[in-house]
Design a protein. Structure first.
Lengths: 290, 766
């Protein structure tokens, strides 16, 4: 085994308390792993070298989806594939199902988990931006207690989230909003690539007018961004004029250049994705709902 | 020549021309094929290169002492430690100006990002990584030139002494200026193609060891086992003291035509006396291994009012990167093919290749036949549009026919089935799909190409093969071909099975061994089936005659009364099974094997101003058609359906031919739409595989392949080469389809969404 570049310890937790104890013992060197679809590639590229992996993928309590009061509560180890096919998600958080369908390939969706995606904090990932629009919060547990953190401020930058060593995302809580319609759109160079630009939108209509709207995008910054100003300007507009009003968004955005896409081009893509996500969200509003 | 071509036209075959199960298929499907990197040798060490992190610098200091102090690090070599550090350049340059060599390890100057500077050998991968990081090299940065046109300016920073012009070619056929003066229409265009990587599944890898005869053995993923001579030169041994074996490759595409890991493995084996393995990471492969040449091409084309081509005036600038490698030959192919598969009596081509501090350019499937398709197919569409003629009609009207001369002078001896290819793809492409939304438009594109197969005439190319019988009547072929995955070995088995009337599973092929199989040359230039196939065909025919002769001598029947057929030799007394035939031969002094060498047609080297009777052996022609859908808001292009037709003369294995064409289309779609290496002033930024956008299965359209068989070609059974040709038309096909969809044609590759959208915006504004 002389060819192994790094060595690490690995434990498979059977319960949340056991995982939390292991993470607390491991401290800075410990990382939770579930599907491994972000952490393992980073380890392969030499960008991460955790000394201790705590596998939470088999913890039964992290794999459930249930309505609890005014929330849909999704266990952190629920896979992307499960999000795309679960009837409760389809009923109460269809945006997550639509966004999850855009993630990577079927192989990645079969293993990757929602908790892993939000904790990893890739700025281009589909689920954090969707959670931002859904105004979801995350249940964070550690050896010292449990707290809820809102999805929006949880993202702190490229691969940076508000999660300390020893803390574990155990659930994603999505408020139930049955009168909303949802839309998700993204553009990637290839099927399965991280998107150059994506947009998630949720709307509530009163008649043909937009009563409430939430829009968040990726590609504009180092984290998902809510477009508060645009949301305010679209509120009260008719659907048709709201969709038209998205035009000009690109000029409002300042997006940094990167070697693979100029910032101005990315801003144009974001604008088109927002327009289509808003259009889809309006079309998604189910008139028959109470 | 034409007579031999038609020698066995349409003679019925049993094994050849059928889609027999390839003899490599089962093991590959089961994951049992042992590629070069799959073999470990007991006691092996590992080797890795220290590469330059900068594109242009003087090396002012090198120190291995910290690396050598790491436990497990066995050796560190610099250029000064290499017996012959200079690798002679074998390409066509400029008369009277010697070409610079490339270096096994740079000694005092680095010219591109990733250039090898030191070789570290260690007992395990952990020590190897630590050792690589601990080798100290101090660089004094020098100016970088990353634009070939800038490099050719008089004050462009010199990459090599004597200026940055590596190679130039010219064609001056007819009277171009007079033709332009008389033309009814003149159309112009500028086209630009990018740097792309071969991106094979299997990065560069191999393992070497010293055998009991003092021969350095290297089992390596390579398209050319005959690099053993160059390797021997590097380590200062006589040629026969290096043996190269090429097991089945996980892809080559030209990227394993130059040496990759071989000289380093040989050096490490020589230095340590122990087996050594070297595998380049994907990052090394992407960063530093030679790439396809980016080009800028400007075309001016004259035509008559009825769409007949009168003249082309073409200028090409190619970025050769930091070392010559095969750039001069690639530029030659760009020049030869610049006017495409169309008759044109007045052609001027001026092509230049320049050194820059970018990754060296070298061989890549298509080899210079590839880049100009983007130009000449756009030009022929412009001629059609400018004259109000149909694009199909204009292509058919101008297409070469057998007997025509290409602008560089050579006559085309075999059939040109370009019209048949065009008809086939247009018939099979089917009805236009509906766009998926009001934002989307669907367009139909068409493009044709010509690609030579076989090496240039002054290489005096040859291939040898040995075919023999075992005592039990089984057939053995020995032929030194590397099999890059295209079915090279299986096709040889098919040819032997055909001639000797045995089933495929009775034929064993030993291949790819520079010491123990007859040398058959490199698997490049779409030459391997053509060359080694002809050699096996010749050897099998000689063996067939010998087997009959043996039975004649043993039985007393006249040879004319005997026939080799399935089951053995048929005699007036009944069938003699092959096992008995073999014994009769041996009892009567007749050899049960034969070795033959096939020689390609030869000719003198072309002059810088090319006008020659014999340049390449022959050509393959094809046509592609595609529907694409363009998102007019984002500019994103999605191929919906694709049909490719090529005349392959005769398909040895139609399933393999389909596989070659389908794979080439996918690779060509990557070239068209997504693949590129991105540089920042010579620094290669595309070091991770996820950054290099090879199309995934989900990005690929349905691809239909039409295999046409004119019965004319200079390969065995009139086959033409098909390895490279089908990658050529893809980018032009997609560009043409985009133009049909949105009314504007992108001219820069890859046709990224934002570039297409910018074209749409420009058109909307004008």
């Amino acid at each position: 085994m002389s060819d192994v570049l790094t060595t690490m310890a690995y434990e498979r937790a059977r319960s949340v308390p056991e995982a939390l104890v292991l993470l607390a013992e491991g401290g800075e060197d410990a990382r939770p792993i579930s599907g491994g679809q972000s952490l393992v590639p980073m380890m392969n590229l030499g960008l991460a070298a955790p000394a201790f992996l705590v596998d939470v993928s088999a913890v039964p309590g992290l794999r459930t989806i249930a309505v609890e009061g005014e929330h849909l509560v999704i266990g952190a180890a629920v896979t992307h594939a499960e999000l795309t096919s679960d009837p409760l998600v389809a009923e109460h958080a269809p945006l997550l199902a639509r966004a999850a369908r855009q993630i990577g390939s079927q192989r990645i969706r079969n293993r990757g988990t929602i908790g892993g995606s939000v904790a990893h904090g890739d700025a281009a990932a589909e689920l954090p931006v969707s959670c931002h629009v859904l105004e979801a919060d995350y249940r964070i547990e550690s050896a010292t207690g449990t707290e809820l953190r809102a999805a929006g401020p949880f993202s702190l930058g490229y691969y940076q989230t508000d999660l300390a060593p020893g803390e574990l995302v155990t659930a994603i809580r999505v408020p139930l909003r049955p009168r909303h319609g949802w839309g998700f759109q993204e553009y990637s160079r290839r099927a399965g690539d991280f998107a150059l630009a994506s947009a998630a939108a949720g709307v509530r209509l009163e008649g043909d007018r937009i009563a409430e709207v939430a829009i968040a995008v990726t590609g504009a910054a180092d984290r998902p961004v809510r477009l508060g100003e645009l949301e305010r300007s679209l509120t009260g507009q008719s659907v048709a004029s709201a969709v038209r009003s998205v035009a000009g968004l690109a000029a409002e955005l300042t997006v940094a250049d990167d070697p693979y896409c100029a910032g101005a081009d990315r801003a144009r893509l974001i604008e088109v994705m927002v327009e289509r996500a808003v259009r889809d969200a309006c079309a998604d509003v189910r008139k028959d709902r109470p | 020549m034409t007579d031999t071509v038609r020698d066995h036209v349409r003679r019925p075959t049993r094994v050849v021309n059928t889609s027999v199960l390839r003899n490599d298929a089962r093991e590959k499907l089961l994951g049992r094929t042992r590629y070069a990197g799959d073999l470990d040798v007991a006691g092996q060490l590992h080797a890795r290169l220290v590469r330059s992190p900068v594109p242009s610098a003087r090396i002012v200091a090198k120190d291995a002492s910290a690396a050598l102090a790491i436990p497990g690090v066995v050796a560190v070599l610099f250029g000064e430690d290499v017996p012959n550090n200079e690798i002679p350049t074998n390409t066509a340059g400029i008369k009277g100006r010697p070409l610079p060599p490339s270096w096994v390890l740079a000694t005092d100057r680095v010219r591109y990002h990733g250039e090898p500077v030191a070789l570290v050998v260690a007992a395990n991968l952990r020590a190897l990584a630590a050792g690589e990081a601990a080798v100290e090299v101090e660089y004094d940065l020098l100016p970088v030139v990353s634009d070939p046109e800038r490099a050719l300016e008089p004050d462009g920073p010199e990459v090599h002494e004597g200026g940055n012009l590596l190679s130039q070619w010219e064609i001056d056929r007819g009277d171009v200026d007079a033709a332009f003066a008389d033309a009814d229409v003149v159309v112009e265009g500028r086209y630009e193609a990018q740097v792309v990587d071969h991106a094979y599944l299997e990065p560069e890898t191999g393992v070497g060891w010293l055998d009991d005869e003092g021969v350095i053995n290297i089992r390596v993923s390579t398209q050319e086992i005959e690099h053993y001579r160059r390797i021997a030169h590097v380590v200062g041994l006589t040629d026969s003291k290096v043996r190269v074996q090429a097991p089945y490759l996980g892809g080559g595409f030209g990227g394993k035509e130059d040496m990759t890991v071989e000289p380093y493995i040989a050096l490490a084996v020589q230095r340590t006396g122990r087996p050594v393995k070297m595998t380049w990471t994907r990052q090394e492969s992407l960063t530093a291994r030679a790439k396809r040449h980016p080009v800028r091409m400007s075309y001016r084309t004259a035509a008559t009012a009825d769409g007949r081509l009168l003249a082309h005036d073409i200028e090409v600038v190619s970025d050769a990167g930091a070392y010559p490698l095969l750039s001069g030959f690639v530029l030659l192919y760009i020049t030869l093919n610049a006017a495409g598969p169309y008759r044109c009596d007045n052609v001027r081509v001026r092509s230049r290749a320049a050194y820059t501090n970018n990754t060296p350019g070298s061989a890549f499937r298509g080899f210079g036949g590839m880049q100009p398709v983007l130009g000449y197919e756009a030009q022929i569409d412009k001629v059609a549009d400018a004259t109000g003629r149909d694009r199909v009609e204009v292509r058919k009207r101008n297409a070469f026919t057998a007997g025509d001369r290409i602008p560089a002078g050579q006559r085309i001896d075999t059939a040109v089935w370009l019209p048949q290819c065009i008809d086939a793809v247009l018939e099979r492409i089917g009805p236009r799909p509906e766009p998926s939304s009001p934002d989307h438009r669907v367009g139909l594109g068409l493009a044709c190409n010509v690609q030579p197969y076989g090496r240039v005439a002054w290489m005096n190319d040859s291939a040898s093969a040995w075919v023999g019988c075992e005592r039990n009547g089984d057939v053995v072929v020995r032929c030194g071909v590397p099999d890059v995955g295209g079915g090279q070995v299986s096709s040889l088995a098919q040819i032997a099975a055909e001639v000797l009337h045995v089933p495929m599973d009775k034929v064993t092929v030993h291949f790819g061994d520079s010491a123990r199989t007859p040398l058959a040359g490199r698997t490049t230039a779409t030459r391997q089936l053509y060359m080694s196939g002809n050699a096996v065909l010749a050897a099998a025919r000689v063996l067939r005659a010998r087997l009959v002769e043996g039975v004649a001598r043993g039985s007393g029947h006249a040879e004319s009364a005997l026939t080799l057929a399935e089951g053995g030799v048929i005699t007036p007394d009944g069938v003699v099974p092959l096992a008995e035939v073999v014994m009769m031969c041996l009892a009567n002094g007749v050899a049960i094997n034969a070795m033959e060498t096939y020689f390609a047609p030869t000719g003198p080297p072309v002059a810088q101003r090319i006008d020659a009777e014999r340049i390449v052996p022959d050509f393959t022609f094809g046509a592609h058609a595609a529907y694409v859908e363009v998102d007019t808001r984002t500019g994103a292009v999605r191929p919906l359906r694709y049909v490719a037709a090529h005349d392959v003369g005769r398909a040895i294995n139609p399933a393999s031919v389909r596989g070659q064409i389908e794979g080439a289309v996918v690779q060509g779609l990557g070239y068209a739409l997504s693949e590129r290496i991105v540089y920042d002033e010579g620094v290669n930024l595309t070091g991770a595989f996820y950054q290099y956008a090879v199309p995934t299965a989900a990005d690929c359209p349905e691809i239909e392949v039409v295999v046409l068989e004119s019965g004319e070609g200079v390969g065995p059974f009139n086959a033409r080469g098909i390895g490279e040709p089908p990658i050529g038309p893809c980018a032009a096909t997609i560009a043409s389809a985009i133009e049909d969809a949105v009314g504007v044609r992108p001219t820069t590759l890859p046709m990224l969404a934002e570039r297409v959208r910018a074209c749409i915006d420009e058109r909307a504004q004008s």
